[in-house]
Design a protein around this ligand. Sequence first.
Ligand code: F6R
Length: 360
Amino acid sequence: SKAGYPHYMLKEIYEQPQALSETLEGIIEDPRLERAAELVAGSKGLFIVGAGTSYHAGLAGQYYLSRLAGVVGHVVVASEHKVYTPGVGEDSVVVAVSQSGETFDTLEAVREWRRRGARIVGVTNVVGSALDRESDVTLYLRAGPEIGVAATKTFLAQTILLQTLAVAAARMTGRLSGGEARGLLAVLEGASETVRKAILASEGVAREEAGRLKAANSMYIIGRGIGARLAMEAALKVKEVSYIHAEAYPAGESKHGPIALVEPEFKVYVLASSDSPEIVGNALEMKARGGSVTVVSPSDLDLDIPEGIEVLRMPPTGGEILLDAYSLTPYFQLLAYHLAVARGYDPDKPRNLAKTVTVE
Ligand code: F6R
């Protein structure tokens, strides 16, 4: 049931604080986490595979594996897995991310790579799903059922699970001491509260902005570092439920082509994440072309933003890069939701889309 909410999507956005604390508590107590971290830290080749939102969570997961554990793998769009197959062998480890555990392309990658001898770490929200059955080690999201076609709470649940895996892998590679690892897990305990505050801070502004933007044809959502990865998920949400074109790319690419589109009124969202305060320069270059620029940032990030650029201040991260996803993501989920509603669409049932894609 929708428990009083007009749509599942909105209900599931509001369920994020609980989905995060349950997923975190579950994974920290799960002995399979150690086993998975051993595999990831010891692999000779790491492949993180998923589709759509799960691919984006994989991008975020790779960011933290690199930063914290020094483990750099390939993040693979499931439908493109064949490109990587020649490089997969007995020493390879695959982290397969799928909310449903039933996505055809993701399962194809798992099956093909498993035949070549790779070990599979599955990350899924559904116990007993095909991915669960076909993995060597399964790590479970505890996000509760997700009914809305647009993935919301499972994106952040996947993110916190992969962050926990990155912390555990960093213990194995020796990049983090026991005390440092415990410190980061304590930071992650704050994710739930950060997301709760982000929803509160976003609800009203996202609805108002949706009213202003509902006739837009297109927008950019840009970031650097973790912000670039979160921007990709933000753009997917806007596209799939509101049918407004939204494109994400790493902000440093602007001058290499995309800025050609920016003219007066063109909407540009700039995600200023804790790792990338230098993004103000990119916001300025968009503004100089007349773009309607909004910077979304944690409130405690020290940014020198001139007049004429709107700033949405989201919950503080204390400079902890682990918390950016929770501070910056809810605004875009709510923007997508309110854009869909303002344009007269049902956000729970986007046209042309199914919740789970079990065919090629
Ligand atoms: C986007 C969305 C899809 C799924 C994708 C993978 O909101 O829901 O992009 O993320 O179809 O699904 P799973 O995670 O079930 O493999």
